[in-house]
Structure formats: structure tokens, C-alpha cells
Design a protein around this ligand. Structure first.
Ligand code: GLN
Length: 572
């Protein structure tokens, strides 16, 4: 990395110095930056640590946001299979992003946007576009400085907006990865430019426990800190993931060998719920040491009243229910992350422990249907793409509809509800979505005109926030507390085919939410059923600890009601 420095010309450095208010005027930068890196292994939960720290800072009154830098070459994770990268999270402005942004929104109750997620693909795309426009005429375009400058610019976009006191930037991957090097170099430069106490590094590592030796081991952490040092970065704070309590000796050893103050060694022990992590980080003093390093006042203790109320309800449920989540990516927990978290928020609100049984839609056959649905008091049919597993989803919808089991269909789940009703109630044999069967005699779900000419797959779906008008007197409107206009996030290409709307409505499945400008159906419901709603959008993306989503809240309430009725019926 350092070898490339010789390519930076004097012109470039002068240009940079004149641009940078910190170095020029010696003033304190308006926004403070926290970089979160990871060492030893992936999957340590950097996103949760970053979100927890952000929560603590926010609870002390600092306007805080988080950004994720992902080192892969996809322009966004929209084209990644959920098996590869977990769920794709969608923001109001229609960005398809890393699922960590979901944690940020759920913890902070602050909206994120395209600027909060940057990938190597996007960085290169932008640099290459600039090169083609002639913005670097005469120059050799290189990783340093062009790629690193682009990264630095992206990091500072949020800070320069003036909306935040603190920006936390999480660097994806593990230090030492080839892919992460330009990001690490950009962070090194920014630390140097912004100066001490304007930018710090929090390094998350693993302290493995060797059961044969009965010991916690610090060596992998020492090595990852050393790897960071080789790139010119000194960790200010170490957050140590561990399955066992760190002893005083271990903390001292980590401090000494990793060159950090003892109070900057923070233990992050396994938690029973991710929502405990902010509290655990506060007990360890992560927020205090962070503020000290950033030279910010720490006299106002964090106000976590609302958070603690949520935790209290979450941990002390009065009731228990079991719902089925029918999908085809059930092997990987992260594939339906936002749905599971939205259910957790709704459970806490209703003081209900909601057990979620993941059901693989491919395993639901006519023969296994009854047994798979046994013991469920509610059914969610999940979003998805492609043909695999859809017949199982349709069977699950039929079961919910016929048995009066509360049903929530999300995106593809709503489309399956429409197909099921078409085939089994309206007698439209072979009804389907043109995504699954181009030649279906009844294309009840089909492409919008605008989508027909699109050939590029990346970023071309109906994405982000769209308005929806709720029809008076419907269950949907009741669930949304009587509101008439809502806005929800989308990520799909296919739509309810309005040619069939009249037939469906007279048959009993009504459109209770519509986008007025386009006439597109956003919500369908079955008035003859206790609680049956399908939504073309993704309500799960907007559920937060502070604001559980009304649709999930209403669903869990209906599920509880259904359970009570079931047991009353049994008693009678
Ligand atoms: N595959 C469907 C579509 O593109 C549904 C997408 C989804 O569930 N997010 O319309």
C-alpha cells in the first residue's frame, strides 16, 4: 500500500490540503468519524456492535448515523442470492443494500439511504464513469489515489450533509483480506487528515476459548491488530467477542500487546438477544471511552428508557404463540432477517412470545400439508423470486384461507394468495404469475408495461417507497390505525393484473390498498376471513424497536386471538 504513495503528486497533495478545512485552518471537524473494522474471522457481528454504539451515542443526544462499506464487486447486493449474503435490505430511496442497514434502522429509528451503503463495485463504477467523462484526462487512474479518494468522498458525504454529529463507518470483511485493502488505506488517510480525536478506530475481534486448555486465547487478536498496524492504523478501542468472561489478566494482556488503554478493551460476550447488546456495551463503557477518545462531553448519560421498556416486554411475555414462516431460503436465518425482527418487535408490543417455525415451501406437498401446518396459529408466506417452491406456498395459503388461520402474505406471498384464490375460488385453472409461467391462461400476476422493455437485472425493479391509499372500512385501514395514506417500501417486478380486479372483488378478495397514481394494487384482503392480508410491499423494512410495524403488530394480535378461540373451542 505504502509503495503506491510515490504516485501521489505534489499537485494532488496541495489540492487536497486546500480543500480540507481541518488541515488548512486547524479547526475541529464538524462531524466526528468512527471506523469499525473486524479481525480474526467474519460473522462477529460488526453490524450489531456498530448499531449498539450508535444507539448509545444517539441516546446521549448525538445525531448519529451508520454507513457500511462492502468490499465485493457487485454494485449492490440486489443481484446476490440470499444464500450468499442474507436478505437484501431496501431503503426509502430505493437502494438495495446490505442487511446491516436494517439493524441500523431498527436500533436507531433513523432512515438510511443509498449513501449509507457503498460497495467496491459502486466505487469502481463511479471512478470508471469519471474516467470516461474525461475527469482525469492525462492521468493514470489508480487504486491510490483515485479509488481511495472516491472511498473517502463516500465516507464524508454523510458527515458533510450537516445532519450528523457522528458518522460510524463499518468496513465489511476482515482486515488482511485483499478486497479490504483500499478501504483500510482510505481510513488510514482520513485518520491522518482529520486528526486525533476527530476520527477513531474500533476494532472488533474474537477471543477464542480452547476447551482442551481451558483458556481464552489472545494471540489471534494480537495478530489482527498487527495486521492493522502494517497498514498504518492503530486501533483505539478493541471490542472482544467471547463466549467466556474476560479476566483482568486477559484484559491487561490485550491492552499491553495491542497498544490500547485497559479501559479501551471492551468485552462483548454472547447475548441471548441482539437487543441486549447496547446495554452490555454501556456496562462495559464503550460509549464513555468512545466519547473520551473523540474529545466529546460525556456528562449526559444515555436515555435508554424506551429501549429498556421494549426489552422488558420482550423478555417477559404474557402469552406464547407459534407461527409458520413459509419460504424457500429457510436454511439461512439471515435470509428473512427483517421479517423475523419485525415479528420480535410486534411480539414485544403485544407481550407475546412468538415462536417462528421455518417451513421450506418445497417440502409442502398435498400429503404433508396438514402435518406441516399443525400447531400453527398464524402463517406468513415470505417474499421470493423464481418458480422453485411456489406450489408449496400456494398450498399454505389455501390452508390459511380455508381454516381461518391468520395470514400475512408478503410480496411474492401476496402474489401467491392471488394465484391461490384465482385457481381455487374463481375457478381460473392454471392461473399464475408470468414470472413462473409465461403462457398461463390466466396471468393474474404480470409485468407492468414499463417493466416489459427492461433487460438489465440490477436495480431495475419497482424499488423503494411508494404511496398507498387505504380503502375506508377495510381491515388494512383498521390495522394502520385508521390512516388513509401510507408509504411502504417495494422490491419486485411483477404486479396484480388489474384486468382481473373486478372478478376478484366480486369473488370476495378485495383490493384494500392502491397506489393512486398508477392504480397498482398494494394490498389484498379477504373480508370473509378473520385476518387475511397480502401486501405487495415489504412492511418488515420499516419496523423498528421504537416503532413496531402496525401490520406485524396487527398480525400477532390476530394470531393470539386465534389461539384463544382455538382453545375455547376445544374446551367447549
Ligand atoms: N418475484 C416477485 C416479483 O418480482 C416477488 C418479489 C418479492 O417477493 N420481493 O414481483
Amino acid at each position: 500500500m505504502f509503495g503506491n504513495f510515490r504516485h501521489i503528486t505534489r499537485d494532488f497533495l496541495q489540492h487536497f490540503v486546500s480543500l480540507n478545512p481541518v488541515t488548512k485552518k486547524g479547526q475541529m471537524a464538524a462531524t466526528k468519524y468512527i471506523f469499525v473494522t473486524g479481525g480474526v474471522t467474519s460473522s462477529l457481528g460488526k453490524g450489531i456492535i456498530a448499531a449498539s454504539l450508535a444507539k448509545l451515542l444517539q441516546a446521549r443526544g448525538y445525531r448519529t448515523t451508520i454507513q457500511k462499506l462492502d468490499p465485493y464487486i457487485n454494485v449492490d447486493p440486489g443481484t446476490l442470492n440470499p444464500y450468499e449474503h442474507g436478505e437484501c435490505y431496501v431503503t426509502d430511496d430505493g437502494a438495495e443494500t446490505d442487511l446491516d442497514l436494517g439493524h441500523y434502522e431498527r436500533f436507531l429509528n433513523v432512515r438510511t439511504s443509498q449513501a449509507n451503503n457503498v460497495t467496491t463495485g459502486r466505487i469502481y463504477q463511479s471512478v470508471i464513469e469519471k474516467e470516461r467523462r474525461g475527469e482525469f484526462l492525462g492521468k493514470t487512474v489508480q487504486v491510490v489515489p483515485h479509488i481511495t479518494n472516491e472511498i473517502k468522498e463516500r465516507i464524508q458525504i454523510l458527515g458533510n450533509s450537516g445532519e450528523y454529529d457522528i458518522v460510524i463507518t463499518e468496513i465489511g470483511g476482515t482486515v488482511g483480506d485483499i478486497e479490504s485493502l483500499p478501504y483500510i488505506e482510505a481510513v488510514r488517510q482520513l485518520l491522518w487528515e482529520l486528526g486525533d480525536s476527530n476520527a477513531i478506530v474500533v476494532h472488533l475481534t474474537l477471543i477464542p476459548y480452547l476447551s482442551a486448555a481451558g483458556e481464552l486465547k489472545t494471540k489471534p487478536t494480537q495478530h489482527s491488530v498487527k495486521t492493522l498496524m502494517e497498514s498504518g492504523i492503530k486501533a483505539d478501542i478493541l471490542v472482544c467477542r467471547t463466549e467466556h468472561e474476560l479476566t483482568g489478566d486477559i484484559r491487561q494482556k490485550l491492552a499491553l500487546f495491542c497498544n490500547v488503554k485497559p479501559e479501551a478493551v471492551i468485552q462483548s460476550i454472547d447475548a441471548s438477544t441482539i437487543y441486549d447488546v447496547p446495554i452490555m456495551m454501556q456496562e462495559e463503557g464503550l460509549d464513555t471511552v468512545t466519547l473520551k477518545k473523540l474529545a466529546l462531553p460525556d456528562d449526559t448519560p444515555p436515555d435508554l428508557t424506551q429501549w429498556n421498556e421494549f426489552l422488558e416486554r420482550h423478555k417477559n411475555p404474557q402469552h406464547e404463540v407459534t407461527i409458520g414462516l413459509v419460504g424457500k431460503y429457510v436454511e439461512l436465518q439471515d435470509s428473512y432477517k427483517s421479517i423475523l425482527e419485525a415479528v420480535t418487535h410486534a411480539g414485544a408490543l403485544n407481550e407475546v412470545k412468538v415462536n417462528v417455525r421455518s417451513i421450506h415451501s418445497e417440502h409442502i406437498t398435498d400429503a404433508s400439508l396438514e402435518q406441516k401446518m399443525k400447531g400453527l396459529q398464524g402463517i406468513i408466506v415470505a417474499p421470493g423470486f423464481g418458480e422453485r417452491g411456489i406450489e408449496g406456498k400456494i398450498r399454505a395459503v389455501r390452508f390459511a384461507r380455508e381454516q381461518g388461520v391468520p395470514f400475512l402474505g408478503i410480496c411474492l406471498g401476496m402474489q401467491m394468495a392471488v394465484i391461490e384464490f384465482g385457481r381455487n375460488v374463481l375457478g381460473l385453472e392454471g392461473a399464475n404469475s408470468t414470472e413462473m409461467d409465461e403462457n398461463t391462461p390466466y396471468p393474474v400476476i404480470s409485468l407492468m408495461e414499463e417493466q416489459k422493455s427492461i433487460t438489465n437485472k440490477g436495480g431495475t425493479m419497482r424499488l423503494g417507497a411508494w404511496d398507498c391509499e387505504l380503502q375506508a372500512g377495510t381491515l388494512a385501514q383498521q390495522v394502520y390505525h385508521g390512516q388513509t395514506a401510507i408509504s411502504e417500501r417495494h422490491r419486485h417486478r411483477y404486479e396484480f393484473n388489474n384486468d382481473y380486479k373486478a372478478e376478484y372483488e366480486s369473488g370476495g378478495l378485495i383490493a384494500s390498498g392502491i397506489n393512486k397514481e398508477t392504480g397498482l394494487v398494494e394490498i389484498v384482503e379477504l373480508p370473509s376471513h378473520p385476518w387475511f392480508i397480502g401486501v405487495q410491499y415489504h412492511p418488515e423494512y420499516k419496523s423498528t424497536v421504537a416503532n413496531p410495524h402496525p401490520l406485524f403488530a396487527g398480525f400477532v394480535k390476530a394470531v393470539l386471538q386465534h389461539k384463544k378461540e382455538q382453545s375455547n373451542a376445544r374446551v367447549a
